[in-house]
Design a protein around this ligand. Sequence first.
Ligand SMILES: Cc1cc2nc3c(=O)[nH]c(=O)nc-3n(C[C@H](O)[C@H](O)[C@H](O)COP(=O)(O)OP(=O)(O)OC[C@H]3O[C@@H](n4cnc5c(N)ncnc54)[C@H](O)[C@@H]3O)c2cc1C
Length: 377
Amino acid sequence: MSTRVVVLGAGFGGLELSSFLSEKLGDSLDLTLIDKNDSFMFGFSKLDIMFGRQNPDAVRLYYRDIVKPGVRFRQETITSIDPEKRMVITDGGTYQADILVIALGADYDPAYTPGLQEGGNEFYSIAGATRLRDVLPTFTKGRAIIGITSTPFKCPPAPSETALLLHDFLTARGVRQDCEISVVMPFGIPIPPSPATSQGILSAFAERNIIYVPDRLVRALDPARKVVILDNQQEMPYDLFLGIPKHCVPAVVAESGLTEDGWIPVNTKTLKTRFPGVYAIGDVNSVGTPKAGVFAEGAARTVAADILAQVQGSGETPAYRGIGACYIEFGGERVGRVEVEFLAGPPTGTFTEPSQSLMAEKDAFGATRRARWFGKS
Ligand SMILES: Cc1cc2nc3c(=O)[nH]c(=O)nc-3n(C[C@H](O)[C@H](O)[C@H](O)COP(=O)(O)OP(=O)(O)OC[C@H]3O[C@@H](n4cnc5c(N)ncnc54)[C@H](O)[C@@H]3O)c2cc1C
């Protein structure tokens, strides 16, 4: 009987892991991939949606298009995970795994920040980004604040990208001079592992009159007084608040007994949890890399290689190194790139200056995943 692999979550991590194993094992693979949604969307597509550059429907990639030897996709909601027995219950059935991979990502808890839902906006969910597509054109004067409410949060460059794209958006509409843009970040510099990238972003902010508020989180909004309250009690007046809500594991993960301090701890070299045969990859774990798709993808490849070695009875799998390259939108059709390594020692990063050719490289990044995971050109 072949090894039963069950993968929970068809995001960056689950899709890459399934594709890798299918490519190597073909029909001898027995893999079930489960997700509650009917489609996947890249995180960066949410910026395209909020600034009106793309329609949500145009950037959805449907799971029904997955045709991979040895892979069965099930659109079901996972309601219980028993890591000891490697048993999973969904609204459609029960799954017993020999190897269980948890790739369920991070959810949001906007209610954690008082006033955020009543008086602010978030752009990290598809619904939030879609709402903002209609809100942003109505903002023609006043103070815009982009703020983080809690750490960790997905894609640390995204708030800075949002500020730069908002600058372009307001400039194109002829109202930039009537608006102020501030970014409230919990770090001293925008991308701590890469001072060169941070300098690039801070210079771009300075050129565009974007205010950077370092080392602060947004604790609350007071919509009646139109102020944002920071974690040092300082108040900032606002007219438009674009927030990054508190992140947390999905409820089914929290209830599974797998988490410590809110996330799933794993061996940093193997991505194994403390339960035999159970791995956790991507945003759902606390391995020490940022919460970003490229890291989820790298972790998926490490785990897939380990599963392959077990199935084929072959040698050691190289340790996970936490390497990833993120593209950063600077506006004006230019994209920069930061490449970071997290787990081989103190995190280090290298920066490639923004250019139009990197914009093309970012497009190619999306296109290769669309082709590899969904067979789409
Ligand atoms: C605005 C924004 C911009 C971003 N830009 C970038 C970028 O440029 N580069 C980059 O690398 N990353 C970027 N990211 C981050 C990236 O999207 C995530 O880090 C990445 O998707 C994490 O991959 P994952 O596989 O861990 O989880 P996800 O991709 O989130 O997948 C988790 C899956 O689990 C499913 N799921 C959850 N609970 C259940 C349940 N109970 N039952 C069934 N299914 C369930 C979900 O439906 C989801 O499909 C960005 C994120 C945002 C919000």
